[in-house]
Ligand binder design. Sequence first.
Ligand code: ASP
Length: 327
Amino acid sequence: MNRLLLLATGGTIAGCASDSATLNDYTAGVLGGDALLAAVPALQDLATISVEQVANVDSADLLFEHWRALVDRIRDAFAADPVLAGVVITHGTNTLEETAWLLQLLIDDPRPVVLVGAMRPATALSADGPLNLFQGVQVALSSEARGHGVLVVMDGQIHGARAVTKVATQGVGAFASLGSGPLGWVDGVGVHLPTASGSRQVPFAGLALPEQWPQVPIVYGCVEPGPLLLTACLNAGVSGLVLTGTGAGQLSAGECRVLEAWAGPRPLMLRANRCGSGPVHGCPEDERLGLLAAGSLNPQKARVLVLLALLAGWNRVQLAALITASP
Ligand code: ASP
């Protein structure tokens, strides 16, 4: 029998409401991973699954210490058990893509790491969690998933960690890989995923995560943003920053003036966009202002990259090289 590790972190998939017709007013992160597993008896035929509770929170309340615990546990589990087929993580959907991307940058193993969540609480009519969990396990056990990096399985779609994002506040089909589409599908017939092409770059494979993490705020672009937020971040001495420009990552003249006038140490800064898909390309201004174009990373994923780059002691040139290698 295949062996799998299930790491539970909370979210709506573990959420409970007062009755089955209540879909929005519920508490996330109530049921433990054991209960999620017990709700899908068919899983017993697929694998021997050991469950560990890493957290039980709404994913908006996830902390860096939870990320650290997840990364350490996955690395240890893969190192200690060569026969372990893969890892499945149950997670709140709101920040699931950030955790998936973090793991993608840190976990260097061809075995699948699959994140699943749910849009309806476990108590709801037609709760989507049990099927997502079942299909996540199917994917984690499949040979096709090897070498694809970290995957997200929601509503029968298999997404890669880099492109996947939550695109809707309601409905079970709330995830998409904008620009590229899902990597594959899982259905009643099985897992449909093309074979992974070649070896994957894991830029922070050797990075041990510390207790203290830097602060990396995201500043959001809009009409007349005013200097308040950006100036406050710079004055606070943040070591990293993500600027979410409008359109293809354009900053306002006012924001550029703030950056130009800043005489203190320059944070590691990525310039992303608020459109949701499409790249941000570098421009001559970037060099002068100390910015780097975030390519096709959305702002929250750009932030994860800056966090890890800072933890690894990278400078702007190293970060630029990584983004260019994998735009
Ligand atoms: N509030 C939930 C969370 O933990 C939303 C969800 O899981 O769908 O992110």
